[in-house]
Design a protein around this ligand. Structure first.
Ligand code: ADP
Ligand code: ASP
Ligand code: MG
Length: 652
């Protein structure tokens, strides 16, 4: 069961209603639907105005409401069906005119949903109109959920043949059976109550904006859609004036563990906003700003996704003062939100300034992380502790690719987004091109993904260039050492690489420089987790080949694994003074203009590799412009360091 709710603008006229019917059609192909609708736009306001009029005036104004509905009927129906629905609308209108004026406002949803139910039936859909007044029990100011849920569940289970239940939003009744409303905007709550009562698979609130946005886009044009937001933050925004969602609609969905999706009827392909159980962050980043007029006061409410620093109110005050905006007070509403009270009339300028401060000056990055191994976890840890500019939107815990993860990323990525591959997967690289094509940058610490056959590698690079996105993988060689960047600098400046020599196997370097007999050193390396699961991978040079391929390609040499001469390490033949060295050397007689090898090399004290100890890495680059080599040396191992290098790739 899916619950779909459409607001007033979404059902404002026949064209809008046709759009709604298309969306319902798509949902119907997946299963049963409960379709909750508001009154056509402006109708509730007109009914409230009507109830305050003198009886003579009422007739004319009432007629205008009737005419608007009839115009819709005339567009949607023909022949006998049109006659029947005109009659239905007229009957509803007669009931309205006989009702207590206090109750006029409850009729808007009766008109709209009766028309829509008739249209669905006319299109051959098995649709049933349910009277919310008989289902939603309102006691005092709140909904009696046990009674309401039982009635809704029964109404639906009594009609197993029905495909679409059509439900007027906003209304219910009290214990005496008298009609009541859920408050202005209450149709959202009707939908949430139905979703909870029916254990719906999906709750969609379709409206006239692309989701919950950083603020009301009618006030601030640069407002942007929030892809995901916690129930708490959405509730605070809604309660403080973000009309896009009615605050009391949050609770039923949250209690039932159902996400609320806010979607745009006029752009149904946009991903919208998911309101769900997203955890609070250790340090809050701004999520959205709501604005509410409150008597003579206006209030802005700035909402974050975690606790805010105690210095925030002071900083905001100073920034607003610099923009000549006087505030009455700025204080914490809770750890996660700030309330700014202003004189009436100052709110719009204050809102625009706050929106600029919170959302337009920073360059927030959305991160989608695959792989929660050592490096992935360290990265999450660093981001959680220190960085406000990064929002982690999605984490795939698996070490291999997961289609659902990518689909969700494609659906939710907006603004500056980075896909971060911290897996060890051999095959995940197949996603790099589609990810780049979706406009998402790629940062990878997965050297398997970059040492794939050259043609695949070149395609990724070309796609990144074409899409003007980055594909960064500095961490794949020498962890945090700026090796690839240095090579890149030479390549970009038309310099020509003459040779590269690299000590990049932490494992082998550790073994060779330990001073212990080979077998014993290997055992120790295994114990401290330095080797691959199968240590022959290290000794056979497999990992070093990957690094060498990445190094060579960065230098513009289209090297393949088969071009590398590998001499595996024979433990029994190892001598002191040897280092495991990956090298590329210019050689015009070689097929690709370079010779590449991985082997043990005996080095003397004047060789830069001589001083490389333990898990350090070293690379020496000779180029036409720099014949005496550029040498980079330093720690080559450690999850934290690798994570900081990944972070640098994300942010630089
Ligand atoms: P519906 O009739 O579909 O229920 P509403 O008028 O109740 O629609 O809510 C949608 C309106 O909410 C938007 O047109 C927009 O002007 C306003 N709004 C206020 N704050 C926000 C926000 N943070 N994000 C999106 N829309 C907002
Ligand atoms: N029609 C009602 C209103 O305008 C309820 C709703 O649209 O949610 O407030
Ligand atoms: Mg609304």
């Amino acid at each position: 069961m899916e619950v779909l709710k459409f607001g007033g603008t979404s059902v404002a006229n026949a064209t809008a209603i046709s759009r709604v019917l298309d969306i319902v059609d798509a949902a119907r192909s997946r299963g049963k639907v409960a379709l909750v609708c508001s009154a056509i736009s402006g109708c509730t306001d007109e009914l409230i105005a009507l109830s305050a009029m003198e009886p003579e005036e009422r007739e004319r104004a009432g007629k205008a409401i009737l005419d608007r509905h009839n115009a819709i009927v005339n567009r949607l129906f023909t022949g006998k069906e049109r006659k029947d629905v005109v009659q239905t609308v007229l009957d509803t209108f007669k009931d309205l005119m006989e009702a207590d004026p206090e109750d006029y406002q409850t009729f808007g949803e009766l008109f709209s949903t009766r028309i829509i139910a008739a249209k669905l039936r006319c299109d051959g859909v098995n649709a049933l109109w349910l009277d919310s007044r008989d289902l939603i029990r309102i006691s005092g100011e709140s909904v009696d959920k046990p009674v309401t849920y039982k009635r809704i569940a029964k109404a639906v289970s009594d009609h197993p043949e029905v495909e679409v239940f059509v439900v007027p939003g906003f209304i219910g009744s009290d214990a005496t059976g008298h009609v009541r409303t859920l408050g202005r905007g209450g149709s959202d709550q009707t939908a949430s109550l139905f979703a909870a009562a029916l254990g719906a698979d999906d709750l969609q609130i379709w409206t006239d904006v692309p989701g919950i946005m950083t603020t009301n886009p009618k006030d601030v044009r640069s407002a942007r859609t929030i892809p995901q937001i916690s129930y708490d933050a959405a509730f605070t925004l809604a309660a403080c004036g973000a009309k896009v969602l009615y605050a009391p609609a949050v609770e039923p969905a949250r209690e039932a563990g159902i996400n609320i999706r806010i979607l745009d009827t006029f752009h149904p392909d946009l991903p919208g906003t998911v309101v769900g159980p997203f955890p609070r962050r250790e340090r809050g980043s701004w999520v959205g700003i709501a604005c509410k007029k409150d008597g003579a006061d206006s209030k802005l409410c700035l909402v974050a996704d975690g606790p805010l620093d105690s210095s925030v109110p002071g900083e905001l005050r100073a920034r607003l003062e610099r923009a000549n905006i006087v505030t009455r007070s700025i204080m914490f509403g809770s750890e996660d939100h700030i309330l700014i009270s202003l004189d009436h009339g100052d709110e719009l300028e204050a809102l625009r300034t706050c929106h600029y401060i919170c959302f337009e000056t920073d360059d927030a990055v959305d991160v989608f992380l695959a792989g929660e191994g050592k490096v992935g976890r360290a990265l999450l840890d660093i981001i959680g502790k220190t960085d406000n500019r990064i929002n982690v939107r999605l984490v795939a815990r698996h070490e291999c690719e997961d289609e659902a993860f990518f689909r969700e990323m494609f659906a939710t990525a907006s603004g500056k987004a980075v896909f971060v591959d911290c897996t060890d997967s051999e095959t995940i690289y197949k996603w790099y091109v589609p990810v780049l094509e979706a406009g998402i940058n790629v940062v990878s610490s997965n050297r398997r993904a970059l040492s794939v056959p050259y043609a695949e590698f070149a395609l990724m690079k070309r796609t990144a260039r074409r899409m003007r996105r980055f594909l960064r993988y500095e961490t794949t060689v020498g962890a945090a050492l700026p090796i690839l960047d240095s090579i890149n600098m030479s390549t970009n400046s038309a310099d020509e690489i003459l040779s590269i020599e690299a000590v990049v196997s932490c494992t082998l370097n550790y073994i060779l420089t330990s001073g212990l007999p080979f077998e014993e050193a290997l055992r120790k390396a295994q114990e401290i987790g330095l080797t691959e699961k199968d240590p022959s991978m290290d000794l056979g040079g497999k990992d070093a080949v990957r690094k060498l391929l990445i190094l060579a390609r960065e230098a513009g040499i289209p090297l393949e694994e088969s071009d590398v001469a590998i001499e595996p390490v024979d433990g029994s033949a190892v001598q002191t003074g040897q280092r495991f060295v990956a090298s590329i050397e210019k050689d015009t007689s070689a097929p690709k203009g370079y010779r590449a090898a991985i082997r043990l090399k005996t080095v003397g004290p004047d060789d830069p590799a001589w001083n490389v100890r333990g898990t350090d890495n070293m690379i020496s680059i000779r180029s036409a412009f720099h014949p005496s080599p550029l040498i980079i040396q330093g720690a080559g191992e450690g999850a934290k360091m690798a994570a900081s290098s990944v972070l640098n790739d994300i942010l630089r």
